[in-house]
Design a protein around this ligand. Sequence first.
Ligand code: GLV
Ligand code: GLV
Length: 318
Amino acid sequence: MRLKIAVTSPLPGDALQRLGRRWPVRIREAPGDLREDELIRLIGDAAAVITLLADPVTARVLESCPQLRIVANYAVGYDNIDLEAARRLGIWVTNTPEVLTGATADLAWALILAVTRRVIEGDAMVRAGRFHGWKPDLLLGRGLAGKTLGILGYGRIGRAVARRAGAFGMGVVFTSRRPVRDDLGRQVDLETLLRSSDVLSLHCPLTPETHHLLDEDRLRLLPRGAFLVNTARGPIVDEAALARLLAEGHLGGAGLDVYEHEPAVHQDLLGLDNVVLLPHMGSATVETRSAMADLAAANVEAVLDGREPPAPVVRGRS
Ligand code: GLV
Ligand code: GLV
């Protein structure tokens, strides 16, 4: 029987075309959220599926698709996939690490600079015709030199964010699940991280352990006036508590690329001037999105050819 590939969305670049020269590829063209039942129908008898980060790859989906050998997530994060079920069923799970590290670290810095220097407020002022000339106290922000950048989660992306901190004269502290010796910064425990971060940037994966890791009590450990940046996953932060601390002035500002109930954004955040809100675009460059497609396709190709994929998360039965 001829192996088939399902893809839950068109992707940038020509990776899908290349896959299509070897196997029939079925691509979902409809916009909007993909629900479990539609995903099961889309995969059908396919041996491989390429999924987006919000696609619900649940145990029911995996159990309903007996031909499936690999779920290739088009993302570095894979909190949308039931890994335990994949393991039990012998299905490979792969992701797209490394190719998006620099782009995501750059976007974290875009948010750090935008929120500390009030870039979006300034743009809005000019467009509204409210710029009436240079003033000594117009839109004063906060400087970064000599301040401390806290990095929660010191994987590839966290470390790339730390590397850029030197250019802005910031010291770095970080947390990591494993001991790390690194000359870019100092490893500390979570409480020390929170108490010492003038800017805190999140780079851990979303897991049961990191869900609401930053609840109200922990957010209150940040120094008064601190800034929070999240380019990781929304549910790591209790969004309602964050909105409260921003509104009452405990936090100086926040730069968010991800949301607890994505794509919905907490109503209270939308009304705050000291918050920069982006639509989950950490890896959104032409170069990176096409490299992610190449890597997802290479993962699929390897498994369908009976080889080890380049970016395994769960090992399947090969
Ligand atoms: C983006 O959020 C990703 O996980 O790649
Ligand atoms: C993500 O955290 C990575 O290490 O790429």
